[in-house]
Ligand binder design. Structure first.
Ligand code: ASP
Ligand code: MG
Length: 409
């Protein structure tokens, strides 16, 4: 008998048939003698639709009212799923985040979970009930409803699993696991049986929308045993996200990912003095703009060129900030590009392998793809390339082929 947390995504509860199927799956775990806590997302595109209606009434609504609105989507799912379980005689109770005792900070629309109270969980489990809790939401200690940021139901699941020390946290979704690349872009991808928390974190923040990045972070910190699997075909095993030392077969490269939400800003002829980079990047940080890659060219005559990347949505804001610093810092020109993308190769085995970067560069050179910026970490190499024609698809396919990811496992 185990204590299991399951999360079902919006597509998995998108219609009556699917809700019934999810209920059957939960019932089978209960029948096997497990205690199950389930968290769900809003059905289908409900969250997007709610945002659309909100925008028609007010383009700039307060975040408090957005949370009041968006938290309703998940409330639909929990009630319907609980009813489906009642119909097949599984003892069940649905609870909102607040009712369960998910306490967050007060950053509306991107709140962080501070604490999960366990009294209610323990009581319902002792009563032999399946608990269905609304994902993506919580409550501040002043009783305000909050949400955790788009895709936040994954984080609800992992946070609960961490709090109650669950044996397993299963993320049920519309794909049957984590792949070596997005199968919609790349041919001959392989499903991974295992992936490390760090690799998953890189892929999640690279826009591989399998898991909410914060959920992976939490899983890593709390060593939650995490599994991504299909809600449509529950006979498939899925992908386990585990610690480095639990990996059975280590690969140098496990994935190739791309991110289109990137823009680049270049600042020319910046005086080479202490504190200049500090001024620029502090101003951007104060505006909560997340700077990713930074390149400073070799100094000549005491001037530098600095280039960096940011999320595309923040481009206008960032340009305004940088232009504001022009006279005080005394640089000559600001340029930008938003027709770019970041292509990354990820693998925990890179730490101890040689020649990975060289292979990436030669592969892209053979494909006649120009590298505008490069950055590396212990387990990742990222390149900025032009988002022209089929450049991204080509880069990803060539890299996937070069590292023979079709033959992984
Ligand atoms: N319903 C929310 C969203 O669409 C949360 C989630 O799906 O995890 O972002
Ligand atoms: Mg969703």
């Amino acid at each position: 008998m185990a204590l299991i947390v399951q999360k079902y995504g919006g597509t998995s509860v998108g219609n009556v048939e699917r809700i019934k199927r999810v209920a059957q799956n939960i019932a089978s775990f209960k029948e096997a003698g497990h205690d199950v806590i389930v968290t769900v997302s809003a059905p289908g595109d409900t969250t997007d639709e709610l945002i659309e209606v909100a925008m028609q009434l007010n383009e700039n609504p307060s975040h408090r009212e957005m949370d009041m609105l968006l938290s309703t989507g998940e409330q639909i799912s929990i009630a319907l799923l609980a009813m489906a379980l009642e119909a097949i005689d599984v003892p069940v109770i649905s609870l909102t985040g607040a009712q369960l005792g998910i306490i967050t900070d007060s950053e509306h629309m991107k709140a962080r979970i501070k604490e999960i109270k366990q009294e209610r969980i323990n009581r319902e489990i002792a009563d032999n009930k399946v608990i269905i809790v609304a994902g993506f939401q919580g409550m501040t200690d002043k009783r305000e409803i909050t949400t955790l940021g788009r895709g936040g139901s994954d984080t609800t699941a992992v946070a609960i699993a961490a709090a109650i020390k669950a044996d397993l946290c299963e993320i049920y979704t519309d794909v049957d696991g984590v792949y070596t690349a997005d199968p919609r872009i790349v041919d001959h991808t392989s499903k991974l049986n295992q992936i490390t928390y760090d690799e998953m974190l890189e892929l999640a923040s690279l826009g591989a929308k399998v898991l909410h990045p914060r959920s992976v972070e939490l899983a890593k910190i709390n060593q939650v045993k995490l599994c991504v699997r299909s809600s449509f075909d529950t006979s498939k095993e899925g992908t386990f996200v585990v610690d480095q030392n639990q990996i059975e077969k280590e690969f140098v490269v496990t994935g190739v990912a791309s991110d289109l939400n990137v823009a680049k800003i270049g600042i020319f002829e910046v005086p080479d003095q202490p504190g200049i980079a500090n001024q620029i990047f502090t101003a951007l940080a104060d505006a909560k703009i997340n700077v990713d890659m930074i390149v400073q060219s070799a100094m000549r005559n005491n001037i530098n060129d600095i280039a960096f990347t940011i999320p595309k949505d923040d481009l206008n804001k960032a340009l305004a900030i940088v232009n504001d610093l022009k006279t005080s810092i005394g640089f000559s020109e600001v340029v930008y590009a938003d027709d770019i993308a970041k292509v990354s190769v990820v693998g925990a085995g890179m730490v101890s392998a040689t020649g990975v970067a060289a292979k990436i560069f030669s592969t892209l050179a053979d494909a006649k793809i120009n590298l505008e910026m490069i950055s590396t970490s212990e387990i990742k190499v990222s390149c900025i390339i032009k988002n022209h024609d089929d450049n991204i698809k080509k880069a990803m396919q060539r890299l996937h082929d070069a590292f023979e990811l079709d033959k992984l496992n």
